[in-house]
Design a protein around this ligand. Structure first.
Ligand code: GDP
Ligand code: K
Ligand code: MG
Length: 279
């Protein structure tokens, strides 16, 4: 069979470089349906396994703030790639982790390619690979795409995931009691029709609704549930404004960044003596 892999990550993290190295000349370029965003798809084989790799547009978060975000988010939700290779810029770990965390919350199985390891080193930044793996519960493979480094390891880890079965690494971020109360209330009020249509569980539905995810909102509208759910979100926003001083969406984003910042502090080490002397 053929296994579909998505290549995701922030802009300029090395996705296309990795894509080209992995697929070589076995690639074709088209457009995503309805938009003029380039869609690159390629193929590679490794030890008898055949993979299709889709190079997603570079984005900082899942959502609909741009066409690129819409294209990437819809691909992940609708086509459910069996595994994503999420490219992370090792020299910009904190910023890169937001997308990783969102993908994990969405139940997307993934492997992190910790790229730009050379740039990080020049900046005196060391990432503890094993600590990062532990903190997120996913494999992390250091790569330097520009120098073809780490590719073999990356492909091996991809293959391992399929040999050992791709486990769903659901990540539960601690949003705090007051926010959890809101998420629970929203979760209780979505229909099983919505969960079926979106193919997600209650908690994820509530997080996506809190984020105003356009795909979920349009599904709610189609099912005639949008008004009721919006009213609940507005009530929860009012409550949180009183209790926390900000609304549900702000709370979700802030707690995610707190979670990411705590991880970054644990796994990234700044060592000035590692820094190459540029003078
Ligand atoms: P994309 O926007 O994520 O597709 O990133 P690209 O693959 O286009 O890479 C952006 C730039 O970073 C290009 O100039 C690459 O040559 C360079 N690049 C990619 N990987 C590495 C790496 O590991 N180290 C360094 N120093 N540069 C890299
Ligand atoms: K680019
Ligand atoms: Mg690219």
């Amino acid at each position: 069979g053929n296994i579909t892999l998505a290549l995701a990550g922030n802009p300029n993290t090395g996705k296309t470089s990795l894509f080209n190295l992995l697929t070589g000349s076995r690639q074709h370029v088209g457009n995503w349906p309805g938009v003029t965003v380039e869609r690159k798809e390629g193929h590679f084989s490794y030890e008898g396994m055949n993979f299709t790799l889709v190079d997603l547009p570079g984005i900082y978060s899942l959502g609909a703030a741009s066409i690129d975000e819409q294209v990437a988010s819809e691909f992940l939700i609708k086509e459910k790639p069996e595994l994503a290779i999420t490219v992370v810029d090792a020299s910009n770990l904190e910023r890169s982790l937001y997308l990783v965390v969102q993908m994990l919350e969405a139940g997307q199985p993934l492997i992190i390619a910790l790229n730009m390891a050379d740039v990080a080193e020049n900046k005196g930044i060391r990432i503890h690979r094993e600590k990062l793996e532990k903190a997120l519960g996913v494999p992390v493979v250091p790569t330097v795409a520009r120098e073809r480094k780490g590719l073999e390891d990356l492909v091996k880890r991809v293959k391992d995931r399929f040999e050992n079965g791709v486990s769903l690494s659901l990540l539960a971020i601690p949003y705090g009691e007051k926010v959890e109360q809101s998420l629970d209330r929203i979760a209780k009020n979505v229909s099983s029709a919505l969960l079926r249509e979106a193919n997600i569980d209650r908690r994820l539905a509530s997080i996506k609704i809190a984020e105003g995810d356009p795909l979920i909102i349009s599904m709610l509208e189609k099912l005639g549930e949008a008004k009721e759910v919006t009213a609940i979100v507005e009530e929860e926003n009012e409550r949180l404004e009183l209790e926390l001083g900000y609304d549900l969406l702000t709370a979700v984003i802030e707690r995610r960044w707190n979670f990411i910042s705590a991880i970054t502090q644990k796994v990234a080490e700044r060592n000035l003596s590692l820094k190459k002397n540029l003078s």
